[in-house]
Write a protein that binds this ligand. Structure first.
Ligand SMILES: O=C(O)CCC(=O)C(=O)O
Length: 227
């Protein structure tokens, strides 16, 4: 069974039209702060979800990204991108999962785990790796409560992208997260259960009024187990 499809619960149409607040730094400047990478439909929503949505720009170094790619590329290259039926939750992807990693990558993943998950929280053993083609995207969905617990933590490799969260049954309530290349994002609790998440396609990839070109993107995703 396809790994991602196994954890997705539902899809729905995107919410209200995009509109937002602060400005982005020009490229080449240091990593933006957390305040500069999360915008939303209201300051109240950004404040309320503050502790449940985190983006850490520059979480890994260029060398660490290269180490992850070196481990992942040989296996991924053997697979074909899948451009599936229109109603699948994901379009233009290939994926794998990995249990054993070399020491550098294991060190990176341990940093992710200790930051994202409460101590002692049982984790899903294999780490999920999702390779989105430049033309690929992930439609709005909520991960299945049957397979994943309260927290999802993902590293973004190779490209900036935008993750959009839209409140279930309330499309006017949304957050956009700018997932810069080499950043880490964490979704917890309400943000994970009550909001859909999606990765915007290149043509729609605009953050706070500024275009964010989407290239091929690999995400390395850790999850905990349901209670
Ligand atoms: O690629 C990502 O970072 C998001 C993946 C995703 O939507 C999921 O695993 O549920």
């Amino acid at each position: 069974m396809k790994l991602l499809l196994a954890v997705l619960r539902q899809t729905h149409r995107p919410g209200a039209p995009f509109r937002c607040c602060s400005t982005l730094r020009s490229s080449g400047s240091p990593s933006p702060s957390q305040d500069e990478v999360i915008v939303g439909s209201s300051p109240e929503l950004v404040g309320a979800l503050g502790s449940q949505v985190e983006v850490r720009p520059g979480f890994i170094t260029e060398e660490e990204e290269a180490a992850l790619l070196q481990e992942l590329e040989p296996g991924l290259k053997k697979k074909r991108y899948e451009f599936d039926h229109w109603d699948d939750a994901i379009h233009g992807y290939r994926e794998t999962e990995r249990v054993r990693w070399g020491p550098v990558c294991e060190g990176i993943l341990n940093r992710v785990r200790s930051l994202a998950f409460p101590q002692g929280s049982p984790l899903l053993g294999p780490v999920h790796v999702l390779d989105l083609d430049k033309a690929g995207y992930i439609k709005p969905h909520i991960d299945s409560v049957k397979f994943c617990g309260s927290t999802i933590a993902g590293l973004s490799l190779l490209s900036d992208s935008i993750m959009r969260l839209v409140k279930d049954n309330s499309p006017d309530e949304w957050l956009d997260l700018l997932l810069t290349r080499r950043s880490l994002y964490i979704l917890r609790d309400q943000a994970r259960y009550n909001f859909s998440h999606e990765i915007l396609k290149d043509e729609e990839s605009v953050f706070n009024g500024q275009r964010v070109p989407r290239q091929r993107r690999i995400s390395v995703i850790c999850r905990n187990l349901p209670d």
